[in-house]
Design a protein around this ligand. Structure first.
Ligand SMILES: [Zn+2]
Length: 357
């Protein structure tokens, strides 16, 4: 499990339970998207399967024994095939038997590319659970984003969770526990994952993207708000340039006419509103921090000069008022406010506070 970044106390608890034979029959990993819930679950299961883990007392998969290799093969099978073709029999009317993963049939991962996980999939899973083990000492079932189950699928799974067996362990993950049936939650041992700290995201990005420029890493870490998954998307995705350029335009606007022009150019770019506003709030907080404490903790270091200049020329009260205003536009956006009007308000309140003549 030490290949998984962070979450040390969770790893310790799982390791303790495994070593002392106190594994629960079903776990629910709850936490924000992209913090590594499913990755940690896979690493944990691999370690449990590993045949050489006990030899030196460390709770670590060797990565080389037969079970480790079979597990890796099963995971890559799921990642390649299952997401795109859950039922692998295009010619048949009846869905094929599910998920006999190449390599390790006793490890089952339920995820498809649809928005919902249907009751058919859960029924196929149950048929499978009714059969004997395929040679492994234990069966593990991973259901990532379990809130994808619709009501009938969840009720169907509930029956299985209510009759635990000694040979099968479930791990469900979700970023939306409020969408799960309370009865499902109560059948599982809950494990809570926290978002990563800004510095943790930065240092993780540095090890993963060694060629990336430092200011890109700082900005992506800021925008990702504690999610490594979102950080990866931002490092690779198309929106990053749009977000950064919108942010640059807003902090550089000189007068209200320019602010309106900027807002007009952002019309329709709904998907970048939240990250841009997050960056603007961080920028304002940097200014306020310099004004009220010191210059040592500027988060947006790439914009340090602009932050310092604004800290000299703006009034503290104006900066505080702008933070409040932009925070309220952020909330209005979440409450389905008119995106075009909100871009205008954000652009104007920024221009007013920073370039007040
Ligand atoms: Zn091994």
């Amino acid at each position: 499990m030490d290949t998984i970044y962070g979450h040390e106390s969770i790893k310790q608890k799982l390791e303790y339970a495994a070593k002392h034979g106190r594994l629960h029959h079903a776990y629910l990993f709850v936490g924000p998207k992209g913090v590594g819930k499913a990755s940690l679950a896979r690493a944990f299961i691999k370690t449990l399967y590993c045949e050489r883990r006990a030899s030196d007392g460390a709770f670590r998969a060797c990565g080389q024994c037969e079970m480790c290799l079979r597990f890796d093969k099963a995971v890559s099978y799921f990642q390649k095939n299952v997401k795109t073709n859950y039922f692998s029999s295009p010619s048949q009317k009846e869905p094929d038997k599910p998920i006999a993963a190449v390599g390790l049939p006793d490890y089952i991962e339920l995820e498809d590319n649809k928005a919902m996980l249907s009751v058919d999939v859960i029924r196929l899973l149950q048929e499978r659970l009714a059969q004997a083990l395929y040679g492994a000492p234990h069966r593990y079932v991973l259901i990532p984003e379990a809130a994808k189950m619709n009501a009938s699928a969840a009720n169907c799974l509930l029956k299985t969770l209510e009759e635990p067996t000694t040979e099968t362990t479930f791990i469900l993950t979700t970023s939306q526990p409020e969408r799960l049936l309370p009865t499902i939650i109560s059948r599982c041992q809950m494990v809570r994952f926290a978002a990563f700290e800004h510095d943790e995201v930065e240092s993780w990005l540095r090890t993963r993207y060694t060629a990336a420029e430092e200011y890109v890493i700082a900005q992506v870490a800021t925008m990702a708000s504690g999610s490594l998954g979102l950080a990866v998307e931002l490092m690779q995705g198309d929106d990053r340039d749009a977000i950064l350029s919108a942010f640059q335009m807003i902090i550089n606007e000189r007068d209200s006419i320019e602010a309106m022009t900027v807002a007009a150019s952002l019309k329709g770019k709904k998907q970048i509103f939240i990250p841009v506003v997050r960056l603007l709030l961080l920028f304002l907080r940097d200014i306020l921090y310099v004004q009220t404490v010191d210059e040592t903790h500027i988060v947006l270091r790439h914009h340090q000069e602009t932050v310092l200049r604004c800290a000299r020329t703006c009034a503290v009260e104006d900066v505080m008022r702008a933070i409040e205003a932009i925070q309220s536009y952020y909330e209005a956006f979440l409450g389905n406010g008119n995106e075009q009007i909100l871009w205008e308000r954000v652009a104007l309140s920024f221009q007013r506070v920073l370039f007040r003549k």
